[in-house]
Design a protein around this ligand. Structure first.
Ligand SMILES: C[S@@+](CC[C@H](N)C(=O)[O-])C[C@H]1O[C@@H](n2cnc3c(N)ncnc32)[C@H](O)[C@@H]1O
Length: 247
């Protein structure tokens, strides 16, 4: 099974529990929606959403900008949940890294916290930007270095591998994006009762696929890790919002 199919399956399995635990996604999506409302110049835009999940960003942004929405995700189960929760717009299963160009052009392309799952974020941004109409806006948020740092530090102190993907630094993202792109950092923390509660939330949103090659901890190592993290536990997120206007 390819890594991409594993990603789709992991999120599919979480389509009915996602909204109960997606606190970080709500925070990031709220900020992304504010940035879009501030920068979008076109009334009644043609909108493409990539990696819609259950439609959290869709529900936050659609009433503010209106327009004609094509709402997509890699996971068919997520598309069906979004269709039910959003109730309007057009829906399709699509790999956002390889957008179907015939569906465009779009005045707005949005994506909240799907980019960290892409195999080639730089290539994806360039292909998505090519689907914009002149003057169109691409607004995409992704996780950056510093995210989940408490989880990683607790593993490191115990000499354990953490399985967290290597999120790019802000500078690495700056380097990979076109020079005219505006990048903005958003740093916040989500509080969990303890490490187990954090793990449950990760499973509930479907983000449970570890970095390739990771071997799960033994039950004893997991107990040591939960003790090390203590209670309550704060988990940090560093989200980078990329805003790119097509000339
Ligand atoms: C963390 S969720 C974010 C969902 C939603 N945007 C939100 O704000 O709640 C990530 C979503 O990206 C989707 N995804 C991952 N890789 C994708 C890809 N290559 N193309 C489209 N969607 C993808 C997953 O299926 C999942 O629904």
């Amino acid at each position: 099974m390819t890594r991409k199919q594993q990603v789709a399956d992991a999120f599919a399995a979480a389509s009915e529990t996602y909204d109960t635990a997606a606190q970080a996604q709500v925070r990031s999506g709220g900020r992304l929606a504010e940035l879009v409302v501030d920068r979008l110049r076109k009334p009644n835009p043609r909108v493409l959403e990539v990696g819609c999940g259950t439609g959290l960003l869709t529900r936050a942004l659609m009433p503010a900008v209106g327009g004609d929405w094509l709402i997509t995700d890699l996971s068919p189960a997520m598309v069906e949940t979004a269709r039910r929760e959003v109730g309007q717009g057009r829906f399709a299963v699509m790999d956002g890294e390889h957008p179907d160009g015939s569906a465009g052009p779009f005045d707005l392309i949005v994506s909240n916290l799907a980019g960290q799952w892409f195999l080639d974020l730089e290539g994806a941004v360039s292909r998505l930007a090519a689907c914009l109409a002149p003057g169109g806006l691409l607004a995409l948020s992704t996780l950056a270095h510093g995210s989940l740092r408490e989880w990683r530090a607790a593993h490191a102190e115990l000499g354990l591998a953490d399985g967290v993907m290597d999120f790019p630094t802000f500078d690495a993202l700056r380097f990979m994006m076109p020079a005219r792109a505006d990048l903005q950092s958003q740093v916040f923390a989500v509080t969990h009762v303890d490490g187990r509660d954090f793990l449950s939330s990760i499973r509930a949103i479907g983000a449970r696929l570890p970095a390739p090659g990771y071997r799960p901890l033994t039950p004893g190592a997991m107990r040591g890790l939960i003790r090390k993290l203590g209670s309550p536990v704060e988990i940090s997120y560093h989200v980078v919002h990329v805003l790119l206007v097509r000339e």
